[in-house]
Design a protein around this ligand. Structure first.
Ligand code: AG3
Length: 280
């Protein structure tokens, strides 16, 4: 396939990425979304949901290591972890690197994403075979309403907050997360690009502050997401989150104690962003 490009349909970004395609590996319409797997020369395989690139093989660790290890290392002893979304398995793989984790529950609404990942992304989906992992195909918003004081860490690894993922950024949802967490619980969600989606980031941060005593914002560079400078909102019932609370022992490519600290915005800039005194 010479000179064939996939043009991303990102609902929020003011630019459009286009990827050269060397092969189309899979294409389907599941009950919930369009699932596409392509191969692109520089990036390796790409997983695309409803026209938005969710991950590529080359850089996925720059997202998954941050979404998982920042909350898990902020926590002194994470044992029970809930992942909402994340059907590709990348976040689960990182969570299971922690020896303290006894149970990791992954709730993804679309079982086809999990099956497609098992077929095309074995380096991401490896954790599904771990005896500590449980997979539930249900709406995460519904599932969490049944949980009380059950989890040390809850992670939302969802698609963009449009369509069925929008409810995962509402105050109601954050209240259910709070109830689902144990007393020392920590919550993290991917919350889009810092500069392209600043208003959304601020809205989510302010909503979290209504529910949790400790709320913060950290970022990592994700080369395939429009804007690159990607945010994660983190909320905690008790523990501070800016420092790892344990020695970093898991094997990672980029996450480290120092990277944990660097990931957080300086307090001053963070404060100005929330007060609406900073804009790009
Ligand atoms: N989930 C977050 C993808 C967000 C991408 N959005 C965008 N580029 N506009 C990724 C799933 C990986 N486990």
């Amino acid at each position: 396939m010479k000179d064939v490009f996939f043009v991303e349909r990102d609902p929020y970004a003011p630019i459009r990425h286009q990827y050269p395609v060397s092969r189309v590996l899979h294409e389907e319409k599941s009950e919930y979304q369009e699932i596409l797997v392509l191969e692109s020369p520089h990036f390796g395989k790409l997983l695309i949901l409803d026209g938005v690139v969710q991950l590529d093989e080359r850089y996925e660790f720059m997202y998954h290591e941050f979404i998982a290890h920042v909350p898990l290392y902020a926590h002194p002893d994470p044992q029970e972890v809930l992942i909402i979304g994340g059907g590709d398995g990348g976040t689960l793989r990182e969570v299971l690197k922690h020896e303290s984790v006894k149970r990791a529950v992954l709730v993804d609404i679309d079982r086809r994403v999990i099956e497609v990942s098992k077929e095309f992304f074995p380096t991401l989906s490896s954790g599904f075979d771990d005896p500590r992992a449980t997979v539930i195909n249900e709406d995460g918003y519904k599932y969490i309403q049944e949980c009380e004081g059950e989890f040390d860490v809850v992670i939302v690894d969802s698609t963009d907050p449009v369509g069925f993922a929008h409810v995962l950024t509402t105050e109601d949802f954050f209240r259910f997360v709070n109830r689902a967490l144990k007393e020392e619980g920590i919550f993290t969600a991917q919350t889009e690009s810092l500069h392209y989606h600043l208003e959304m980031v601020v809205r989510i941060q302010k909503t979290l502050k209504k529910v949790f005593p400790v709320v913060d914002l950290y970022t990592s560079v994700v080369p395939i997401y429009a804007g690159y400078w990607w945010t994660y909102s983190i909320a905690s019932k008790k523990h501070p989150v800016r420092e790892p609370s344990r020695e970093v022992k898991v094997s990672t490519k980029i996450y480290s104690e120092q990277m944990h600290r660097y990931a957080f915005l300086p307090e001053d800039l963070y404060g100005r962003i929330l007060e609406g005194k900073f804009s790009f």
